[in-house]
Design a protein around this ligand. Structure first.
Ligand code: C5P
Length: 222
């Protein structure tokens, strides 16, 4: 049986995580937050004293991740790390370890294993190109750099964390640059992906747009 897959790729703080989760909930599909796997790898490497630039060392950490996703909660070796992996520091580490080919290879099958019936919504940078190239629907979800920096600022201050808008904008720009220009699985809009620019769009409208595209696809194929 072919499992339905919706691949949603895009830059940091574009809102793709929220949109992907809501779409998955409406359709009753599983959800893969692939960025969380890179964040978990960065955190686990740091905890084990492995340098983020040590490709073989970090790949071994990625291979052995003892991670459990339970709704919003993520545990690593039994410890709740749901908040720890969301810090800016770990976000930077994630984008560094994600540029190492051996780390991406180590996480490949783990990501594909999330595709189970009735379907999956995967969110990340290379869902449509590398992990699920046969996804029935591919979406490139983005927003301007200013809108994304503001969203991340609100997210952090909403959690009570100190945040500086200019520093966030600079950090996002550096991360985008790394994600777009790396030799392996660079972030880019694929020719077969639909573009969803959420700069002037609320979450509900973005979710409805993706669901509309999905219905179009499934109606055409039945
Ligand atoms: O999406 P999120 O911000 O949680 O991802 C953290 C980092 O992990 C990104 O900056 C990106 O470098 C990396 N990533 C990736 N491929 C994915 C998902 C995330 O390289 N599929």
């Amino acid at each position: 049986m072919v499992v339905s897959v919706i691949a949603i790729d895009g830059p940091s703080a574009s809102g793709k995580g929220t949109v992907a989760q809501r779409v998955a909930a409406v359709l009753g599909f599983h959800y893969l937050d692939s960025g969380a796997l890179y964040r978990l790898t960065a955190l686990a490497a740091e905890q084990a004293g492995v340098d983020w630039a040590d490709e073989a060392g970090v790949a071994a950490v990625a291979e052995g991740l003892a991670v459990v996703f339970a709704g919003e909660r993520v545990t690593l070796g039994g410890e709740d790390v749901s908040l720890a992996i969301r810090s800016e520091h770990i976000g930077v580490g994630a984008s560094k370890v994600a540029a190492l080919p051996a780390v991406r290879t180590a996480l490949l099958q783990r990501q594909r294993d999330f595709a189970r019936a009735p379907g999956l919504v995967g969110d990340g940078r290379d869902m449509g190109e590398v992990i699920f190239p046969h996804a029935q629907l591919k979406v490139f979800l983005t927003a301007t750099a200013e809108a994304r920096a503001e969203r991340r600022y609100k997210q952090l201050t909403g959690r009570g964390e100190a945040a500086d808008l200019a520093a966030i904008a600079a950090d996002l720009a550096a991360r985008d640059e790394r994600d777009r220009n790396r030799p392996v699985a660079p972030l880019r809009q694929l020719p077969d992906a639909r573009l969803l620019d959420t700069t002037a769009m609320g979450i509900e409208e973005a979710v409805a747009t993706v669901l509309g595209w999905w219905r179009e696809k499934t109606t055409l194929n039945t």
